[in-house]
Design a protein around this ligand. Structure first.
Ligand SMILES: *Cc1c(COP(=O)(O)O)cnc(C)c1O
Length: 469
């Protein structure tokens, strides 16, 4: 292939039309639920297939290859997809992704993302308002909740810790407090920051898997007695395994009383703020110093798009107290439009465009509808589980995540664990449903995250039938 031909607009037009047709057919089939949600292949088998494919001579028509990629992937638009917390993307958002892929705005400096940077400010400002943060709030978009949580904790350390770690290094003994049900990325972020095991104070959870906020005071006292300096508390809204919301108001009160940074990890469930029905779950989030919300989980945008919002937008300029003179004429200026000053990334995806296009085309009501349908489905599913003999619910769901298991006539815990692991394996290999499993208090539970708004009560009942079978 000649390089100039590879850039030919007519070739793009032809390939693009063919690909959109292919994806539309895929979408129709996936949404109908008539094909398996995934056709499982063992990792080595999958690798061997693609190694053999890679050894083939080039083919000027990419369609057979792209068709294979679709067939050999899990299909999030299938209503039987109830596994991990990744959204079946809105087709319009995926199409916008084609546009952003073509424009490839790097964003770190203003001219490399003029529209992208402006849209990012509007989208984060919109979300800040929805979360109920004050007029000084502001933030940025970044590549995923994991990176956003790390960024928020770096800001927290820069603002709230008594030590200047950025300049002096980590000779101090800093610490954070977080529930033992928090997402593993918080632990990872703290270790990257050099806090070590001692610097991650895990607060036990209650029988609903929420942080025991009554233990914050005694744990802080103990940490101080041990010579640690706690600078932040992280609330989960919601947690990952069970989808439980911490009492954010209690955490806010505690942080206020002790001058600590309050970070709310709303990667999955911060979106409840958009729904009149479910907003009470995030009461207190409006008092957080920083909040993380993933658009690629509950907001139907393809990965990765994450908002990191600060109560005081200007705090975001303190995260990376670093000069990059060759990029910015004035490295100290707090200019919102040079994305690289505040974001971890240098080159960054033009993520704002997908969110903005959905908001301007369909309106924000679509996001609220999605939350209400998915959280409603979880409550329906919990009711079905409770009614069926042999099934057991781990905890009443607060979000769209439900943990449950099948015990049948068995009462031996080890046997129930084994049975449920086998059920999950069997479902994975059959491909009729996609669900996952988790470990709670050392026992195995099946877990669904209802991510697809096209899933119905009928699919949920069919899942229970399949498990019983
Ligand atoms: C998913 C999740 C994360 C991690 O976000 P990614 O976008 O997957 O990096 C962090 N915290 C919580 C509570 C989550 O649910």
């Amino acid at each position: 292939m000649n390089l100039a031909d590879a850039y030919n607009p007519d070739l793009f037009r032809q390939q693009g039309h063919a690909l959109v047709d292919l994806l539309a057919d895929h979408l129709a089939q996936a949404e109908s639920g008539t094909a398996p949600v995934l056709t499982y292949a063992e990792p080595d088998e999958q690798l061997a297939y693609w190694q053999a494919d890679f050894a083939q001579p080039t083919n000027a028509d990419p369609l057979p290859l792209l068709t294979n990629m679709i067939q050999r992937s899990i299909h999030l638009h299938n209503p039987a997809f109830m596994g991990h917390q990744v959204a079946p993307p809105l087709p319009l958002a995926a199409l916008t992704g084609l546009l952003t892929g073509m424009l490839n705005q790097g964003q770190a400096v203003y001219e490399m993302g003029m529209t992208a940077n402006a849209l990012e400010r509007i989208v984060t400002g919109w979300l800040a308002k929805k979360l109920g943060l004050g007029a000084a709030a502001g933030g940025l978009l970044t590549s995923g909740g994991t990176l956003a949580n790390l960024t928020a904790l770096l800001t927290a350390r820069a603002v709230a810790a008594p030590a200047d770690v950025w300049t002096e290094g980590t000779t101090n003994r800093l610490a954070i407090m977080v529930s033992d049900e928090a997402h593993y990325c918080v632990d990872r972020a703290a270790r990257i920051m050099g806090l070590g095991s001692a610097g991650i104070i895990k607060i036990p959870t209650n029988d609903r898997f929420q942080m025991r906020t009554d233990l914050l005071e005694p744990y802080l006292a103990k940490a101080r007695a041990d010579g640690l300096t706690v600078f932040a508390v992280i609330g989960s809204a919601c947690s990952t395994s069970t989808g439980s919301y911490d009492d954010l108001t209690a955490i806010a009160d505690f942080c206020q009383a002790h001058g600590l940074w309050f970070h709310a990890d709303g990667a999955h469930g911060g979106v409840a703020a958009l729904s009149d029905t479910y907003r009470p779950l995030v009461r207190g989030i409006e008092r957080a110093d920083s909040v993380v919300v993933d658009f690629h989980k509950m907001m139907m945008i393809p990965a990765l798009v994450t908002a990191l919002i600060y109560q005081r937008g200007t705090d975001s300029f303190r995260t990376f107290q670093q000069k990059a003179q060759y990029l910015w004429a004035d490295a100290d200026a707090q200019d919102w439009f040079n994305s690289g000053k505040r974001a971890f990334e240098c080159t960054k995806l033009m993520m704002s465009a997908k969110v903005y296009t959905v908001l301007r085309t369909y309106g924000e009501g679509l996001f609220a509808q999605n939350v209400e349908i998915l959280y409603g489905l979880a409550r329906q599913f919990a009711a079905l589980v409770r009614e069926r003999a042999g099934f057991e619910l781990a905890v009443e769901p607060e979000s769209n995540i439900v943990c449950f298991r099948y015990a049948g006539q068995t009462s031996d815990p080890a046997q129930i664990d084994l049975l449920n692991s086998q059920i999950r394996q069997r479902l994975l290999h059959k491909g009729q449903f996609y669900i996952v499993q988790t470990t709670l208090r050392e026992r195995v539970w099946l877990r669904v995250s209802l991510m697809n708004p096209l899933t119905t009560a009928g699919h949920l009942a069919a899942l229970l039938d399949a498990i019983e079978g």
